[in-house]
Design a binder for this molecule. Sequence first.
Ligand code: PMP
Length: 363
Amino acid sequence: FDRRIFNFAAGPATVPEEVLKQAAAEMLNWQGLGASVMEVSHRGKEFMALYEEVLQDLRTLMNIPESYEILLLQGGGLGQNAAIPMNLMGLGKNGPKADFLVTGIWSEKSFKEADKYGVAHLAASSAAEKFNTIPPRSTWQLSDDAAYVHYCANETIGGVEFPDVPDVNGKLLVADISSNILSREMDVTKCGVWFGGAQKNIGPSGVTIVIVRKDLMGHSMKITPSIWDWAKQAANQSMLNTPPTFAIYMAGLGFKWLLKQGGVKAIEKCNQEKAALLYNFLDQSSLYENRVTKEYRSRMNVTFFLKDDALNAEFLAKSNAAGLVALRGHKAAGGMRASIYNAMPLEGVKALVEFMRDFERRA
Ligand code: PMP
């Protein structure tokens, strides 16, 4: 390519051009230090000032109350699949236990990982429906003695999203927001823990955001690795070990960009518009179909299938040649997937719909 593409990758994903340009402009000399941000000490006053600003901007964007700690860790969402049970399961009434709402591959992974540390109880699952829906609330089997209920707010592979924070009778909730963080308004007080990596809606991979209610820290199992012990990290500004400084800097630029767009409320409107454009197109098409229950369709990961499988390879080759890149669905789901996170402009979705319309006409 001799120009920037529209990148529909699920993560790492597209980053706003403005952010990339600023990082490029500051690459050789950040803040007059004669070095880039990735080359200076994380303990230096310049980086520490940046770090505080990054936290403050996230606090503003998500309206995070002071009763919650923000940790910037490593190890990704997958690391937290182990860290969460190690930090929280001990709060179970009769020993370590947690409930899981399994609505896709990611919550299933969380469920399986937690099983290493205590009783992971499957409270609900849509596996039998091929993870195309969320089981009805009336069928959920929540336990009385579980420490918390885990759910995945947006299943990146299936393209299934909870429209609201689920009602779990006031039980402690843990939300995996790896693929919809900052894409829509979320009332932080409704969950005890929110977590996710930066590589979809914020910036590059390498930093994992964990937002945890302060009273939930300090209950970790003895085996908990120090770097994933929330209380220890909180006491050390998430710098028990060398933090991913460049990823944090890039996330900070992502937050500034989002603030400039008008914050989460404004980006949520754009995201709704982008998703509606694509789903409305899919729904009237006789070549493409989305298989997710309408009310649970993801605004972030739009999955679709060509009704004639034989056209898949041609669809991918032609879309790629048109600069509409990374539309192949996850191998576990098949079909196609367009990830349209915060940084995907409306023009990208319009270009995709135009391409798909044209492809259908010729098919
Ligand atoms: N949860 C969800 C919903 C995800 O989409 C992903 C990554 N695609 C993960 C967890 C795992 O995150 P990471 O790759 O940052 O470990």
